[in-house]
Ligand binder design. Structure first.
Ligand SMILES: Cc1cc2nc3c(=O)[nH]c(=O)nc-3n(C[C@H](O)[C@H](O)[C@H](O)COP(=O)(O)OP(=O)(O)OC[C@H]3O[C@@H](n4cnc5c(N)ncnc54)[C@H](O)[C@@H]3O)c2cc1C
Ligand SMILES: *[C@@H]1O[C@H](CO)[C@@H](O)[C@H](O)[C@H]1NC(C)=O
Ligand SMILES: *[C@@H]1O[C@H](CO)[C@@H](O)[C@H](O)[C@H]1NC(C)=O
Ligand SMILES: *[C@@H]1O[C@H](CO)[C@@H](O)[C@H](O)[C@H]1NC(C)=O
Length: 606
């Protein structure tokens, strides 16, 4: 990311002279906030997670540029709950997890530690469908940001981040394969297959059943932009470092932690973006931060403030700072800096249920994982009977979903929602993108074999809104799960397919009975795979969030409810950008991180 306008050596010097003492003395991990108080850095980055650490690394490649990252969590790189992939989920609900309560009694998890959610996530590394990346520019009146916001631009960014190690012989024998044309072996993020990859027959059986009986292609490498396939996927595992987790912290900070122009302040919450409102366009000048004991400090940004606090905290921080829908801010007594209606709207989150089967006696998975076999069924491969139902449910209801989302305050206008939904509809009905993820899981649920299933592309839109002007009070997070009924219909179709996959040989030959939901809860009525009503009741009661919130500060034109433009600058302000999941305007048929690394690399390249 280049500065707003070229700053001459002379004016840089002037800045340095005015702001005493010299900031370049601060580097590495800093835990004492008084060392940062009233200092000036060229860039102040809020949030040391995925987006923040990519940008901080790339900006500080220039030794003349000083960068400060403020991270709410601590540096826990030495904690096995973080670095050991086999401890996935142990961090949930601890001090390492924001664990935001959301509506319908659910919660959304997110890493509150250096590396953000990449320090606690599931390590699945997947890319979406080419058409989904090409759609990014269509939310911006076809402004692709100079080539960044389409498949080619995002592929370039994703490659830049990737340090891939192709499967070795034992991993190939277990089924893994890759095509070098779609990988880079020298980027920072370590990507490979598990040493403990399963050698049991089950992952291959899943692949064979899905490809033979559910008309999805078994891909040799699903990272090629054709994601509506079944394939072995790699993981963010550090092959250069004992098979530990590769996070944004270990990939983008550890190797450059000696840089004298890069500092990370930990365990401090950014509480407000500071603006110079005397300018015709409010200009971000710095950040206020502190802890819940009431201490407050400030730091100045000579060039820009970059917000990378993730899709829940980024809109909350903007609202606290006076950037958001004036009707929300007025009610909380917050002075409006920019009346930007889209902040906190357009929230999209997915919903997960797991179908579980008990393996036959003596079944041995022959490995420790993590699991790395995923299918992304598209409209055609989701059972032929529900195909037309789903297509017509989408096309005939888009108008009413748009009105419903508007009534709920989740979109800026009915027109905007209709335009957004028409792009989404075309991808789902005409472009063969995966509609659900079927993640084939070993050891889950109930210690057996399972399929974790989620609807990928919800039409339900929700909101993130602060409920107080206290920055330590969590915002209200309402994804409006299943507000659009087609989301439920697709979830049901996916789960029915998941059950059927286990009822098909050869997978059928290694399982005995369904233990979740089980045929008592969702009976087979003459082989119908379970009624809609039974599935619906079970889903409503037991679904969880997928922890993939996005789009609350979307990169879209302002009339669609966008918050940033193709240059990631916040509309109606200057010197302020956002680089995190909140700018992604629509879900992809993929896990999010590979795409977000590409997005952040592109942001840093601007
Ligand atoms: C449980 C879980 C499992 C997942 N599994 C996968 C997976 O298998 N594969 C995959 O690709 N993706 C997965 N994801 C998603 C992926 O990790 C996230 O989408 C991605 O990390 C989001 O990047 P980000 O930069 O938006 O936010 P984050 O990486 O979450 O970073 C935001 C950072 O900002 C900090 N912060 C927030 N507010 C403030 C503030 N006010 N002041 C200072 N700091 C602040 C946070 O503490 C955090 O460190 C998973 C996510 C979770 C939570
Ligand atoms: C691989 O990554 C390195 C480091 O980010 C980058 O310089 C290089 O251009 C990348 N190669 C490709 C083919 O993208
Ligand atoms: C699955 O596909 C295989 C290969 O085409 C076929 O032999 C088998 O009968 C199919 N199974 C079912 C249950 O349709
Ligand atoms: C999308 O597919 C539907 C159903 O097959 C068809 O009626 C429609 O014309 C297609 N739309 C586009 C833009 O191709």
């Amino acid at each position: 990311m280049l500065p707003t306008r070229p700053i001459s050596a002379l004016s840089t010097l002037a800045v340095a002279l005015i702001s005493i003492p010299l900031t370049s003395a601060l580097s590495g991990i800093v835990t004492d906030p008084t060392q940062v108080d009233k200092q000036t850095f060229d860039y102040v980055v809020v949030g040391g997670g995925l987006g923040g650490l990519v940008v901080a690394n790339r900006l500080s490649e220039n030794p003349d540029i000083s960068v400060l990252v403020i991270e709410a969590g601590a540096d826990n790189r030495d904690d096995p709950r973080i670095y050991d992939p086999s401890q996935y989920s142990v961090a949930f609900g601890t001090e390492l997890d924001w664990n935001w309560p959301s509506s319908q009694g659910r919660s959304i998890k997110g890493g509150k530690t250096l590396g953000g959610s990449t320090s606690i996530n599931g390590l699945a590394q997947t890319r979406g469908q080419r058409a989904q990346y090409d759609a990014l520019a269509t939310f911006l009146n076809n402004d692709d940001g100079g080539g960044y916001w389409n498949w080619q631009g995002m592929f370039t960014g994703m490659l830049k981040s990737e340090g891939f190690s192709a499967p070795n012989d034992q991993q190939k024998e277990a089924g893994a394969s890759s095509n070098p044309a779609f990988h880079n072996d020298s980027g920072p993020l370590q990507v490979t297959y598990p040493d403990g990859i399963y050698h049991g027959p089950h992952q291959k059986y899943f692949r064979d059943v899905v490809s033979s009986n559910f008309s999805l292609v078994a891909s040799q490498d699903a990272d090629d932009g054709f994601a509506n396939v079944v394939a072995f996927h790699p993981n963010t595992i550090a092959w250069k470092d004992s098979g530990h987790r590769s996070s944004s912290a270990t990939a983008y900070f550890t190797p450059v932690s000696e840089r004298s122009n890069l500092a990370i302040l930990t365990s401090q919450l950014a509480t407000k973006i500071l603006f110079d409102t005397s300018a015709s366009t409010p200009k971000a000048t710095g950040v206020e931060f502190g802890t819940s004991n009431g201490d407050r400090y400030t730091v100045n940004a000579g060039r820009e403030v970059i917000i990378s606090a993730g899709a829940i905290q980024t809109p909350a921080l903007l609202q606290l700072s006076g950037v958001g829908d004036s009707s929300l801010l007025n009610g909380l007594g917050i002075d409006v800096v920019a009346d930007l209606k889209g902040v906190g709207k357009n929230l999209q989150e997915q919903t997960m249920d797991s179908v579980g089967w008990t393996p036959v006696d003596g079944f041995d998975p022959q490995g420790t994982g993590p699991s790395d076999m995923i299918a992304y069924p598209d409209l055609l491969s989701l059972s032929s009977s529900s195909q037309n139902d789903i297509a017509s449910a989408i096309t005939s209801n888009v108008g009413s979903y748009a009105q419903d989302a508007y009534r709920a305050g989740a979109v800026v206008s009915v027109d905007a929602a209709e335009k957004i939904f028409s792009i989404q509809q075309e991808l789902m009905v005409n472009r063969s993108v995966g509609l659900v993820e079927a993640f084939f899981d070993t050891g889950f649920p109930n210690g057996g074999l399972g399929i974790d299933l989620w609807q990928l592309l919800p039409f339900s839109r929700g909101t993130v809104s602060i409920k107080s002007n206290d920055p330590f009070t969590y915002p209200t997070v309402d994804p409006r799960y299943f507000a659009a009924d087609v989301d439920m219909q697709i979830q049901i179709a996916g789960l029915r397919m998941a059950r059927k996959i286990f009822q098909t040989d050869p997978l059928k030959s290694i399982v005995t009975e369904e233990n979740a939901p089980g045929f008592d809860t969702v009976p087979e009525n003459n082989g119908d795979g379970g009624s809609d009503e039974d599935w619906r009741a079970w889903i409503q009661q037991g679904f969880s969030s997928v922890h993939h919130p996005i789009a609350t500060c979307s990169m879209m034109s302002q009339d669609l409810g966008g918050v940033v433009g193709s240059d990631l600058r916040v509309y109606g302000t200057s010197n302020l950008r956002i680089v995190d999941a909140s700018v992604l305007p629509m879900q992809l048929s993929a896990h999010l991180s590979a795409t977000l690394y590409g997005l952040a690399e592109n942001a840093a390249d601007m």
